[in-house]
Structures are given as structure tokens and as C-alpha cells.
Design a protein around this ligand. Structure first.
Ligand code: GCB
Length: 617
């Protein structure tokens, strides 16, 4: 087990997690794409294993080390019933469901194999990095198990320095996508359970001592100062480091302590602030003796003041839209930079400055592209609907995902909100569970806002109150509502007043209605673009009257695959609440929202100007 940097969470680690506050220095290294690496993406030979034969024998006894790990090393004299074949491949990164018609609904085991050649250098360390595998992965190198990872949307990594050999190395990964009642998410969701090695796989090499983690941002309490932390990994824990932002004339020396850790404070000078209209990023270099990482990082602050959200101390209205991590096209996980860019440019066309990345951490490209293009981000973990709030292991799973999401994206100026839950029914045990996640979030990152998408509650037939007790612990109230769709006819919105006992900004994190592209008809006819458009018009009129509203992210940019959506000829396995079809064709409501957002943008500009103009204090 010494080879494994981190993977499956052993009992003692779980006990530690539950007992102690979340630790910041766990998880894969910061910015793996910025390290010396070789991509292992490509076509991987696979075995589809519906009965899990590679994992358990005919008496249901677990095969301790996985059956297919060395299937290729058997000789012709052995009984071989299963084997990888070079021609039978799946593309990595990609879900398997969209690659073969017979795998569209498949939820179970697939074994993947990849070989790579290596000439090891004595002064380097080698790591295998997986962007994500949905839902569980067991990883073997040269016939030995490296470890396992549970949860489909966060990265994991193994130190293979000792196990890798010169010449050809064989990597086998068993991915199982079975849904789990006790998992995070649980077995009921409203999205496609895309299985497989869905994100990049890298072979990274580093010096013996390298910069494992770093965080750098403006001090939320003193935005004229840059603060940060650095964590080294390797034998030379105490040594001098340099932080450089050449364009801003910043060069700062600091030393790590005996635990490889350094903290720093640097005057920010006249560093330009990152914002959606001017997403300025600087090349930031962290260098120690023998290692250096350079990455583009933006600097900004985010906080709240009563009902407002303040970006760089100016009020900002979040003109948002929800997104699933699904590419424009015929339904597949979005996996690369181009797909992320295409989705975000569509959001830009909608005049958005904000996206809610639903309902799990999206791939790193999505967040990096948001940073580059100037799109504020709400990022969340899949604590969705009815996860098993009673179970300690479910909480540990959620805490681990939260930590890994935060660790991965902590240097992205675009990310302003971490959200811990979506539409979770009220109960004491759920409140305790979510409070733990909120406490963790604050302990891991005090530079962003914490939210959750809450359910609505009627005080009386015309008053909706956001009074979920969780609200007390959040910075921003999120709330999903479906007036005009699940809740009455579109005009019902005009009868509703909103209240809340909390002095906090509200983001309506979902509203919407289903429409099949091209279906037209009189307003009351559901599934038409006209009906959806009416819902948007009525919603906008209602939203304008909510004094504590700080933003919206309607559901959803694009039609997306969902096995819950079974209405023939309308849904056929697609949730139709998109403002565009799965291929990106716009529906009527797209234009309605985009016009409203244009108007909000103008209003925001004028209020922000007045607030910051010394002539209008
Ligand atoms: C919701 C969920 C979202 C669903 C959506 C719907 O409230 O948060 O995941 O897809 O409603 O379409 O019903």
C-alpha cells in the first residue's frame, strides 16, 4: 500500500476524517496538466463484463486482485476464457454508453487495458493520474493492485515510482458504473449514468521533491494582499521557494518548514482584478529547488452584503444558466476543452455571466475555460435528492468529493460558489449531514461563498418562503422552483410573493419547462416552445419583484439524456427543458432569457458604476 499516494479510504483514514477537520493537503497534485506528462488517452482494449466475472468467482468469492489484471500474461497452455483483444477498444476519455449502441443503457463492469513504455530516470517520480472514472475504479499496474477509487466526478492519482518498470508497463482498470443506493449520488437521479474512464488519464513525472499543492488568491479580508500556501512532497521538505508574477513585477522568496509547508503574504500592488468582462489572468510561477509550475491565475474577491453578491466589492447580478456535463451533439459526456468552450460560448450568447455546473464537479476543462472566457461558476457535489443521510460512509464519501472538488479548482477565479446539496428533503439527520459539509467547505476555503439548492415551501397559497433551517448556515440561498411546470400553470407566477427570514442574497438556482424543438402551438399546450416561452416570461416578471434576488440559473442550457424521461415522441430518454436542443438549435425561450439578461447587464453596469463612483458615495 506504500505505493499508493491516495486512493481507497481505509478505515483508519475514514475515522480520521470523521474525527478531525478536513485536511487541505490531501488529494491529487495541483494542476496535473502543467507538469511534465504523457497522455494515456486513446483507444484502450476492453472487456465488457456484465456479471462481474473478473471481480468475483462462481461462489461469489471476491477475486482478491482482479481476474483480468494479468489475463494477457497467461500462456496458451492455461485455460483462457476471457482476454483483451487489440481490436476491441473504447476511446478514453469518453463514456462507454455513447460509443456503442449495445452499451447505451449498460451499468456494470468494464475492464480497460493500456500499455505504455517507460525508461525510468533515477531522479524522477512517476504518477498515474485519472481525471475521473464513473463510478468505482480498481487500478492494477503490471499485475499488482494500486488501489481503488469511489465516486465518478473527482480526480485520483497513484505514485507508481516503485512499481513501474523499464520497457512496457501494463495498466488495467476495472470500472464499474452500477448505481448505489448508499452512494453519492444515490441510485435515483435525473441524468444519464455515463460509465467509464470519462476524463483524461496522464502519466506524470516529477522531480523527487516537487510542488504538490499551491493556493494563491487575494486575502478576502484585505484585498490589497495576495496570500497563499505551498506544500512540497518529497525528501527535501525544508527549502527556499520563489513565487513570481512577472507581469505584475512580483517576485517573492519564502521557505518551507520541516513539513514541506509554506505560507506567504505579498502586496498585490495594482494587480488587475479578474471579472467576467475582463477575465485578466497572470502567469504565476511557483518554483523550488528542481521543480517549477506555471499557470494562469486570476485574482478577485467575492463576498455578500445583505441581499447582494459583491464581486471585487461591486454588486453583481448573476445572469446564469444550469449545465450538465454533456456535450452538444447526440448525448455524451463532455470530455475536452473544445466541448467545454462550445457550451460556454452558447451561455455567452445568452448574455450569461454565470453558470451553475450541475449536479457534480464537471471536468477540469469546463472550469478552466470558464476562467479564460470570464464566466462565474457555481460548482457542486452530487448530494442530490435522497442520498442516505443516515449512513456515516455516505457522509465520508460526500466529504471526500467536496475536498477533492475544492482542491482541484481552488485557484480558479471563476469559481465563486461551492454548493453542498440539491433539493434535499428536510430532516434533522440531513441538516447534520449538510452542516458538516458546510463546515468542511469553510475550513478548506474561506475565499468563496457556500450555497445549496433548497426546496420551496408555501406559507399560504400565494406566499413562498425560503425558510429551510439550512439557510442559516449558507452565504447564498439557492432555491429551485417550477412554477408553471410542476407547480400550476405559467400564470401562477404572477400570484406569488416571496419571503425569507434570512438577510442573505437569493439565487433561483432552477426554474424551467419542457419543450420539444419545433413543437409549436397555443400557449396552454405543454411541450411546445410557446409554452416554455410563456413560463420564462411569467417567471421573469415575478423574479423582477423579489427584492433579495441576486441571480438566477434556469434549468437548463441544453436538452440532456435522462432515463427518467420516457414520454414517447417528445422525450424519448431526454429531459426537454433545454433552451436549445441537444444539438444546439435554439428554442423560443432562448431569446426571451437572452433579452432579459441583456437588460440586467445594463442595469448592473449603471448601479455598479454609481456605487463605486466617488462622486456618488
Ligand atoms: C430538479 C432537479 C434537476 C431535474 C429538474 C427537472 O429540480 O434539480 O436535476 O432535472 O428538476 O427537470 O425536473
Amino acid at each position: 500500500m506504500h505505493r499508493m499516494r491516495r486512493a481507497i479510504y481505509t478505515t483508519s483514514f475514514v475515522a480520521l476524517l470523521l474525527a478531525a477537520p478536513a485536511v487541505a493537503d490531501e488529494g491529487p497534485m495541483t494542476y496535473p496538466f502543467g507538469r511534465s506528462h504523457m497522455s494515456l488517452n486513446g483507444n484502450w482494449p476492453i472487456i465488457v463484463d456484465p456479471y462481474g466475472t473478473g471481480a468475483v468467482d462462481y461462489r461469489r468469492r471476491p477475486r482478491s486482485d482482479g481476474f483480468f489484471r494479468d489475463a494477457q500474461s497467461k500462456s496458451d497452455a492455461d485455460l483462457i476464457e476471457y482476454a483483451f483483444k487489440n481490436e476491441n477498444t473504447l476511446r478514453v476519455p469518453c463514456d462507454w454508453n455513447s460509443q456503442r449502441p449495445e452499451l447505451l443503457y449498460y451499468e456494470g463492469s468494464v475492464w480497460y487495458r493500456q500499455r505504455f513504455d517507460l525508461t525510468r530516470k533515477p531522479d524522477r517520480r512517476y504518477f498515474l493520474y485519472f481525471g475521473a472514472a464513473n463510478y468505482r475504479a480498481d487500478v492494477y499496474l503490471n499485475g499488482e493492485k494500486l488501489g481503488s477509487h469511489i465516486s465518478g466526478f473527482t480526480p485520483f492519482e497513484f505514485d507508481i515510482t516503485k512499481l513501474a518498470t523499464d520497457g512496457t508497463n501494463t495498466l488495467v482498470v476495472h470500472v464499474n458504473s452500477a448505481r448505489d443506493r448508499n452512494g453519492v449520488p444515490t441510485d435515483q437521479t435525473d441524468w444519464w449514468n455515463y460509465g467509464g474512464l470519462t476524463r483524461d488519464v496522464l502519466l506524470i513525472d516529477t522531480p523527487l521533491t516537487f510542488v504538490r499543492h499551491y493556493r494563491i488568491h487575494l486575502d478576502p479580508n484585505d484585498p490589497r494582499t495576495i496570500i497563499g500556501t505551498i506544500q512540497l512532497d518529497g525528501p527535501k521538505q525544508a527549502q527556499p521557494l520563489q513565487i513570481a508574477i512577472p507581469e505584475a513585477g512580483i517576485k517573492h522568496d519564502v521557505s518551507t518548514d520541516q513539513y514541506g509547508r509554506a505560507e506567504f503574504r505579498i502586496p498585490a500592488g495594482n494587480l488587475k482584478r479578474w471579472n467576467p468582462d475582463d477575465p485578466k489572468r497572470y502567469d504565476v510561477t511557483i518554483a523550488c529547488n528542481g521543480d517549477r509550475v506555471t499557470e494562469k491565475i486570476g485574482f478577485r474577491t467575492i463576498k455578500t452584503a445583505r441581499h447582494q453578491i459583491l464581486l471585487n466589492d461591486r454588486p453583481v447580478f448573476l445572469r446564469g444558466i444550469c449545465l450538465h456535463e454533456e456535450a452538444l451533439g447526440d448525448g455524451q459526456r463532455a470530455v475536452d476543452r473544445d466541448q467545454a468552450e462550445a457550451l460556454l460560448l452558447l451561455a455567452k450568447e445568452l448574455n450569461c455571466n454565470f453558470v451553475r455546473l450541475a449536479h457534480y464537479p464537471h471536468n477540469e476543462w469546463m472550469v478552466r475555460e470558464a476562467d479564460r472566457l470570464g464566466m462565474l461558476v457555481w460548482s457542486e457535489i452530487p448530494v442530490y435528492w435522497t442520498v442516505n443521510f443516515e449512513r456515516a460512509e455516505t457522509l465520508t464519501n460526500a466529504r471526500t468529493q467536496l475536498r477533492d472538488m475544492i482542491e482541484r479548482d481552488a485557484n480558479r477565479a471563476a469559481v465563486i460558489i461551492w454548493s453542498v446539496a440539491n433539493e434535499t428533503p428536510r430532516s434533522d439527520v440531513r441538516l447534520k449531514f449538510l452542516r458538516q459539509l458546510i463546515d468542511d467547505t469553510r475550513a478548506l476555503d474561506n475565499t468563496r461563498l457556500v450555497s445549496a439548492a433548497l426546496e420551496t415551501h408555501y406559507d399560504n397559497p400565494t406566499t413562498i418562503s425560503i425558510d429551510d433551517p439550512l439557510g442559516e448556515y449558507l452565504d447564498v440561498l439557492g432555491c429551485n422552483e417550477y412554477l408553471g411546470w410542476y407547480d400550476g400553470a405559467p400564470a401562477k407566477a404572477s400570484t406569488i410573493t416571496w419571503t425569507t427570514p434570512f438577510q442573505k442574497p437569493l439565487v433561483i438556482s432552477e426554474f424551467g419547462a419542457g419543450a420539444k424543438l419545433g413543437h409549436r402551438g397555443a400557449k396552454p399546450k405543454r411541450w411546445t416552445e410557446d409554452y416554455q416561452g410563456d413560463v420564462y416570461r411569467q417567471q421573469i416578471a415575478m423574479l423582477e419583484k423579489i427584492s433579495f434576488l441576486a441571480g438566477t440559473s434556469p434549468w437548463i442550457l441544453k436538452d440532456f439524456r435522462s432515463p427518467r424521461r420516457l414520454l414517447p415522441e417528445i422525450q424519448d430518454g431526454w429531459n426537454r427543458k433545454g433552451l436549445v436542443s441537444e444539438r444546439g438549435e435554439k428554442k423560443i425561450a432562448f431569446e426571451i432569457l437572452s433579452e432579459w439578461y441583456q437588460q440586467k447587464d445594463r442595469e448592473n453596469l449603471s448601479t455598479a458604476k454609481v456605487q463605486n463612483d466617488p462622486l456618488h458615495p
